[in-house]
Design a protein around this ligand. Structure first.
Ligand code: PMP
Length: 361
């Protein structure tokens, strides 16, 4: 079988080593004669898995001791509601930075619970899509927190700066960038991410929240979205997604073996440089994002002649390069190149692109 590289934006490619290990131990986990999916989340064995996963995740992101890590249900969209529900307190408004599709979706959800101050940072630079730098963000005094999305999975646009807004509570949707580069967690009040891109399978959402922000949930917040309830119950107030938790734990071990987030950061830069390099050198492919805001995780690109899109997708699929179709709101192609995508995968893609251009350009 041809080697397959999966460029899906999520659920996304997982490390082969992790999948093989899960396969080996699927039906007889730790010699128990059963799978990890079939045991109680409160069993000694599962608690060990859960605690090890949390510790590895803390080590990888260097999470300070005054932050809780919550293993949640409900995806990142669940957090779009949980965040105002938990963090508004007495306030009726929060600042929401609008830089793309997902930030905008968070605003739409927040409108159900408060009056978000939308701060539109979309702009253009030399005719390319860009985002205003943080020093130009006009934050409001009446805001309970400021929410932003550093990596827009669909638009392929990113904010690499880290926030420095004094004592403002900064909330970040890291769904498509978590663990891809080092971050300074202490600059955030809360970060969150759906697991299905850079962590593990769908069904698990990670929330990292500063302890002093707990205990302010509105009365209407369901208990399973109340951070204090989750923290007090070690994320086991109800049955957590145990298999996703276990598999994410294997991914964290894999990341540590590979040298952690610092090593990932280097490889991710090399992968992005290679792919954007090939796009920029050609008149056949183009990317519409200004270089300072280009995403290293999700690379949208267009073919000069959209009539060739179908052929490009057919041929790339045959060559083992899967899921390159762009999101319907952007069109064209998109290559998602999260941690699990090796440099060789991006090399295979760029070789294919160069060859396709030679034949059809
Ligand atoms: N935020 C970002 C940045 C995303 O990429 C996604 C999913 N593509 C979401 C939020 C929504 O995540 P979920 O499907 O887990 O609710």
């Amino acid at each position: 079988m041809t080697q397959v590289y999966n460029f899906s934006s999520g659920p996304a490619m997982l490390p082969q080593e992790v999948l093989r290990r899960a396969e080996q131990e699927l039906t007889n986990w730790r010699g128990l004669g059963t799978s990890v999916m079939e045991i109680s989340h409160r069993s000694k064995e599962f608690i060990e898995v859960a605690e090890a996963a949390e510790q590895d995740f803390r080590d990888l992101l260097k999470i300070p001791a005054n932050y809780k890590v919550l293993f949640c249900h409900g995806g990142a969209r669940g957090q779009f509601a949980a965040i105002p529900g938990n963090l508004l307190g007495e306030a009726t408004s929060a600042d929401y930075i609008d830089g793309g599709y997902w930030a905008h979706s968070a605003i739409k959800e927040a409108e159900k619970f408060c009056s978000p101050n939308t701060i539109d940072i979309k702009t253009t630079l030399d005719g390319k899509r860009a985002l205003r730098p943080m020093r130009e963000w006009q934050l409001n005094d009446n805001a309970a927190y400021v929410h932003f999305c550093p990596n827009e999975t669909i638009d392929g646009i990113a904010i690499d700066e880290e926030p420095d807004f004094g004592d403002k509570v900064v909330v970040a949707d890291l769904s498509s960038t978590i663990l891809s580069r080092p971050i300074d967690v202490s600059r955030y009040g809360l970060i969150y991410a759906g697991a299905q891109k850079n962590i593990g399978p769908a069904g698990l959402t990670l929330v990292v929240v500063r302890e002093d922000l707990l205990g302010k949930a509105q009365r209407w917040v369901p208990s399973i979205l109340d951070y204090k309830v989750l923290a007090e119950n070690d994320s086991m107030f109800n049955t957590p997604p145990t298999f996703a938790w276990y598999l994410s734990g294997l991914v964290f071990k894999w990341l540590k073996e590979k040298g952690g987030v610092a090593e990932m950061n280097k490889t991710n830069q090399a992968k992005a440089d290679l792919l954007y390099g090939v796009i920029d050198q050609s008149n056949f492919y183009r990317n519409e994002v200004a270089s300072a805001n280009r995403s290293r995780m999700n690379v949208p690109f267009q073919l000069a002649d959209a009539a060739l899109d179908k052929l490009f997708l057919e041929e790339s699929q045959k060559a083992g390069l899967h899921a390159l179709k762009g999101h319907r709101v952007v069109g064209g192609m998109r290559a998602s190149i999260y941690n699990a995508m090796p440099l060789e995968g991006v090399k295979a893609l760029t070789d294919f692109m160069i060859d396709f251009e030679r034949r059809h350009g």
